[in-house]
Design a protein around this ligand. Sequence first.
Ligand code: ADP
Ligand code: MG
Length: 153
Amino acid sequence: MMFKSQEILLANAAETRQLGIKLGRNLTAGVVILLSGDLGAGKTTLVQGIGAGLGISDPIVSPTFTLINEYPEGRLPLYHFDLYRLSPPEVEALNLESYWEGGEFSLGIVAIEWAEKLTYMPNNYLQIQLIYTPDDRRIAKLITLGDFTLNLS
Ligand code: ADP
Ligand code: MG
């Protein structure tokens, strides 16, 4: 088990999106991205970049009310969740493991907003915390757990 962490300053929304694009271009099937940060911190903006990096042309919209949005058309399928409104039993009922274990769904990228509400964790993940700076920029704190290396080129 190996943690690696790095921090990246994101000066504006375009830079948040650009970080997502790099991730979307480089991540391999089965990666789970755990997103946390206050409302408006940029979680959905980052996932929009991931979608662009995967080659998805459908607009990526916040799944706050739909709970999950699936985008099958890119290099890998993207499964986008938002746990904001859910109680712990509702989070369990979503059975999110089935999206990263393979079998039921073809392996892709799983992006989960408000991941701090997860009641169970994947074995390998990329956690991204988006933190407001006092001057309304953002710091992305990236933490990986597991054996994959993060390529941000
Ligand atoms: P969340 O999903 O975390 O609630 P959204 O992505 O929906 O957040 O909204 C983020 C807001 O902050 C958007 O208005 C976006 O333009 C802006 N934003 C995103 N990244 C940055 C950044 N690095 N610096 C300043 N503003 C940003
Ligand atoms: Mg959001």
